[in-house]
Design a protein around this ligand. Structure first.
Ligand SMILES: *Cc1c(COP(=O)(O)O)cnc(C)c1O
Length: 369
């Protein structure tokens, strides 16, 4: 038996494979390798899905963060507030543009950036921007964070690498805010390419124009307007993404159904799991649970693996514990504690009711319940 963490065989099913190979063959025949018709199609359709006016594709999710920061003129000498729970790339992008990350602590129940911590940090640090992360697909409290940032002129870059198809609140998809929102389409994300790709969503025509220049060496109709990057998205990746967009809603429904079952069946066990209010909002990229402490987490990991239940440490440690970030200032306590206690259970669009039952049975065995 056993339950796998990912399921690429079902994601790339026979019919999809036939269609995607037709598209790739046509691209090879036409020698149309960079920024082709599928880039334009995907940018329009994904923008519509997430309710953003503009959706420039870029080369990957890390570039998307860097270019979004650059679009807001974040650079040397600037401070950017980042949460202590994320993938390393969030803080790395801040360092790459020459700015300094300052840690905003996370909500101990969710790992999402905490507005109360932000209120304290802005008293002692002049932040140019913050980068809330919709980690695991759970929406960060953007409205609360905006209340702190807007009066102070602090820009917001939302890292939605894990949030395709998710909602900030009912009726408001991730990407529909007035902030810059970045996505990654790395192969393991909810919407994924056959390699690297990313996008930046915005409602602002001027910012869109600047990002479109930045991703292509700063090129403008009359020469180079600024010094940019090479962060164009390959046509083949856009063609794959455009085809997979047909299935994102159905796939996210599969994830949501699995999350609902987990939430029902895990009640009564001594673990913390995402609150029911997230069932309709999260993209359910991952299903994180928190156990008592680090020792219990490591024991549980061993036990799950022995029963062939896919599980993963997202993240092995918090960002403030990573060597290149250990000198960064800010509030870190909840993040360190959260990372020590968090482990992710199998989550993908194809998890069945039987799979969830099996995972929960193994958890009950672990806790002797
Ligand atoms: C995947 C991911 C990124 C980086 O995206 P890449 O496409 O791998 O560069 C950034 N932030 C978060 C939260 C991610 O999960």
């Amino acid at each position: 038996m056993g339950v796998p963490f990912y399921n690429f065989a079902k994601l790339h099913h026979h019919e999809f494979n036939i269609k995607v190979k037709e598209r790739i063959n046509a691209i090879i025949d036409k020698n149309a390798f960079v920024e082709g018709e599928y880039n334009a199609s995907f940018e329009k359709r994904f923008g519509e899905l997430q309710k953003a006016k503009f959706c420039p594709l870029v080369a990957n999710g890390t570039d998307a963060l860097e270019l979004a920061l650059r679009a807001y003129d974040v650079g040397h000498g600037d401070k950017v507030g980042v949460p202590g729970i994320s993938f390393f790339a969030s803080a790395e992008a801040v360092l790459t543009v020459g700015a300094t990350p300052v840690f905003i602590d996370v909500n101990p129940a969710t790992g999402l950036m905490c507005a109360e911590s932000l209120k304290r940090i802005v008293e002692s640090h002049k932040l140019k921007a913050i980068m809330p992360v919709h980690i695991y697909g759970l929406p960060a409290p953007i409205a609360e964070l905006e209340k702190v940032c807007t009066p102070l002129g602090i820009k917001i870059v939302e890292d939605a690498a894990q949030g395709q198809g998710g909602y900030l609140e009912a009726g408001k998809p991730i990407g529909s805010s007035n902030n810059l929102t970045t996505f990654s389409f790395y192969p393991t994300k909810n919407l994924s390419a056959f390699g690297d790709a990313g996008a930046i969503l915005t409602q602002d025509e001027k910012l869109n124009e600047k990002i479109v220049q930045l991703r292509n060496h700063g090129r403008s109709p009359n020469g180079h307007a600024l010094s940019g990057h090479n962060s164009r998205c390959d046509h083949i990746q856009a063609a794959v993404l455009d085809l997979k967009l047909d299935e994102i809603e159905q796939n996210n429904n599969g994830r949501r159904n699995a999350a609902r079952l987990y939430n029902e069946k895990l009640k009564g066990l001594p673990i913390n799991f995402p609150a029911d209010k997230y069932l309709e909002l999260s993209s359910w990229h991952l299903y994180p649970i928190q156990v008592k402490d680090k020792a219990e987490k490591l024991e549980l990991e061993k036990f799950l693996k022995s029963k062939e239940i896919g599980c993963a440490m997202f993240y092995i440690q918090s960002l403030p514990e990573e060597r290149p970030l250990q000198n960064c200032e800010g509030e870190k306590e909840n993040a360190i504690n959260f990372a020590a206690r968090t482990i992710c259970l199998p989550m993908n669009p194809f998890i069945s009711k039987e799979d969830v039952t099996e995972v929960v049975t193994v958890l009950k065995e672990f806790y002797n319940k």
